[in-house]
Design a protein around this ligand. Sequence first.
Ligand SMILES: NC(=O)c1ccc[n+]([C@@H]2O[C@H](COP(=O)([O-])OP(=O)(O)OC[C@H]3O[C@@H](n4cnc5c(N)ncnc54)[C@H](O)[C@@H]3O)[C@@H](O)[C@H]2O)c1
Length: 361
Amino acid sequence: MPNKIEVEIKEKNKFYPIYMDMEYIENLRERIYKDFNFKCSKFLVVISERVYKIYGKILGFKSDELFILKDGEIEKNFKNYQKILQCCEKKGLDRKSALIAVGGGVVGDITGFAAATYMRGIHFIQVPTTLLACVDSSVGGKVAIDTDYGKNLVGAFYQPDAVYINLNFLNTLDDRQYKSGLAEILKYAFIEKSCEARFDYGLYDFLSVHCSKILDRDLRFIEKLIKVCIELKIAVVTKDEKEAGLRKILNFGHTYAHALEKITNYRTFTHGEAVAYGMHFIFNYAHKLKLIDANYKEMAMVLLHKFGFYDKTFKFPTDKLIKIMLKDKKTEDDNIKVILPTMKGYVKEDTLDIQTALNIF
Ligand SMILES: NC(=O)c1ccc[n+]([C@@H]2O[C@H](COP(=O)([O-])OP(=O)(O)OC[C@H]3O[C@@H](n4cnc5c(N)ncnc54)[C@H](O)[C@@H]3O)[C@@H](O)[C@H]2O)c1
């Protein structure tokens, strides 16, 4: 497996590398500084509190180059965004400086948004430490914070200068967070054929066949999954960086998921769990509309169940979720836009038929 993947965003004439390896985490700081010292005047590392507790010493960043962010989706807020900017000012970061995000998607999203806006944009480096951040959020340049009205409502498209994936971080991830990453991987299986990638990776069948190895965290399989998902994401975002068309498919299961996260105050579900519920909902919806046959719906349900997703005892008030979906940034003129499955691996965008949606569960 190559341990460097190049991303080219043509619209911006921007290239950036994604490194993937299992080198000693101890070397990471030195490596990043070596790669960026020639163009960066100063660095500020935004690190998740939990990741700092586990890896702070090993990583060796000095205390005056750190901003420690408390954990949880509720921390991806305006106050913390402001605090990060204040820290940048206090430490004298200038236009040639870099923000380094070390953590999961929460740290990556908020740090990226700070990097995109501080002095109209400074360097931004991603060090994803969760499976979800490795396969999805660290690549593609969507950065954001949540507001009182909903998830990711303030943000930007801002590509990182580099992404450093080190698989060793995943050893300390608890099972729940590991599975949360698997939900986004399942998403890629459901949308793979619509990603217009160069190769057919057969992700759906790979997940079906190797489910137990993947759940057992066999590193060879994790490595392959990360690589395939990154390739699929790159295939999409390099064609449509700003979500004018193709990129919308990455939102499969997400409109429902974001509403579910919001209605539960970001405390009940991880992002991946919410996405799994979102996918479950949308498969049932598509089946009700006869967009997919019973066979494909059943196959999808089996795959979700195999990976331990979906608990039938949870019942969500669809009417309330729809009210939140109406505030989603993808909603146009009160039309809730959703990505629907059409065939194994294929999806398309459509407007949610609210009456049908209300009768799903
Ligand atoms: N920008 C994008 O394209 C994109 C895509 C998907 C999701 N997201 C966003 O990503 C966020 C979810 O990211 P996430 O699932 O990584 O959650 P997260 O960032 O909240 O991390 C989950 C938990 O794992 C802990 N953790 C992180 N690394 C660890 C490690 N190596 N060992 C032990 N614990 C570790 C964290 O401290 C945190 O408590 C959401 O805000 C979502 O909206 C963004």
